[in-house]
Design a protein around this ligand. Structure first.
Ligand SMILES: Nc1ncnc2c1ncn2[C@@H]1O[C@H](COP(=O)(O)OP(=O)(O)O)[C@@H](O)[C@H]1O
Ligand SMILES: [Mg+2]
Length: 258
């Protein structure tokens, strides 16, 4: 069996996921998933609850290891590397369930992210980087607050700032907009586009199809651990399998153009 590393001839994709399977006991959370990410894309990752989206983020970031398959980042295997090493290589994420260190300030929480990824050589440097990231996400006014005092939109922005503080080349956003109102979502969309404009490749896990359609250059669909579609947004939302599994028959008329 040839490994992907030996086959590479064309320009190396940013990430190659090949035949990744992850089981929890008898449950197959990811079933032979293969996917390539190209630098500069915003990839919308959608699918019903329980489809395996967060599990995919977890195996990419080393929180969990796949049972089968390979993951290469910039041509190098990462699927057996520990999470901190993967962060250091340039893969950042946000967590669907936001859990800041409650008693640390907002600034300290972000600085901790920078330290984890080894992107700061001193605490002072980590704090500087954290300040810049907080400014970028619009949280400068909350810098010195205990993180526990942030509202949900604030905690979501804190997650983004933590992810950015690791200085990633690939950033995985796990439902970073969930629970936000329409105005807050507009702000979040602008932010995601601004991050992409810095050259950071983004995987966006998102339930709101309006947001997915506006942000994504490509959409990937998971259903019961299986990757059932991967392509241009306009094509993917018309795919009968995707309509059946996720969008519902009314979707194309009701929302796609909204
Ligand atoms: N740590 C775990 N232990 C056991 N089952 C899990 C674990 N994490 C996720 N699962 C199961 O794996 C499936 C995929 O979950 P998840 O990746 O969180 O889906 P999604 O993010 O798409 O909603 C679900 O059936 C979920 O219950
Ligand atoms: Mg999830």
């Amino acid at each position: 069996m040839n490994s992907l590393a030996q086959q590479a001839t064309a320009p190396t994709p940013l990430m190659q996921i090949a035949g990744v399977t992850k089981r929890y006991g008898g449950l197959v959370a990811l079933n032979n998933v293969s996917l390539e990410l190209t630098q500069g894309e915003i990839i919308g990752l959608i699918g019903p609850n329980g489809a395996g989206k967060t599990t995919l983020v977890n195996v990419i970031t080393g929180v969990q290891q796949p049972d089968e398959g390979e993951i290469l980042f910039e041509g190098k295997r990462i699927d057996r590397a520990p999470a901190y090493q993967i962060a250091r290589r340039g893969i950042g994420r946000t967590f669907q369930i936001v859990q800041p260190f409650p008693r640390m300030t907002v600034l300290e929480n972000v600085a901790a992210g920078a330290m984890f990824a080894g992107k700061a050589h001193s605490v002072a440097e980590a704090m500087d980087r954290a300040s810049a990231c907080l400014a970028f996400v619009g949280l400068t006014a909350m810098t010195s607050m205990p993180a526990s005092q942030l509202t949900l939109p604030g905690r979501k922005r804190l997650e983004l700032a933590k992810g950015l503080a690791t200085n990633p080349r690939l950033l995985l956003l796990d439902e970073v907009n969930a629970g936000l109102n329409a105005t807050e979502i507009e702000g979040a969309l602008d932010l995601i586009k601004a991050i992409a404009a810095r050259g950071i490749t983004i995987v966006l896990i998102e339930h709101l199809m309006k947001v997915v359609m506006r942000a994504s250059s490509r959409i990937v669909v998971l259903h019961q651990g299986v990757l059932i579609a991967d392509g241009q947004p306009a094509n993917v939302i018309r795919d009968p399998q995707v309509v059946e599994a996720y969008l519902g028959a009314d979707y194309r008329h009701a929302e796609a153009t909204g």
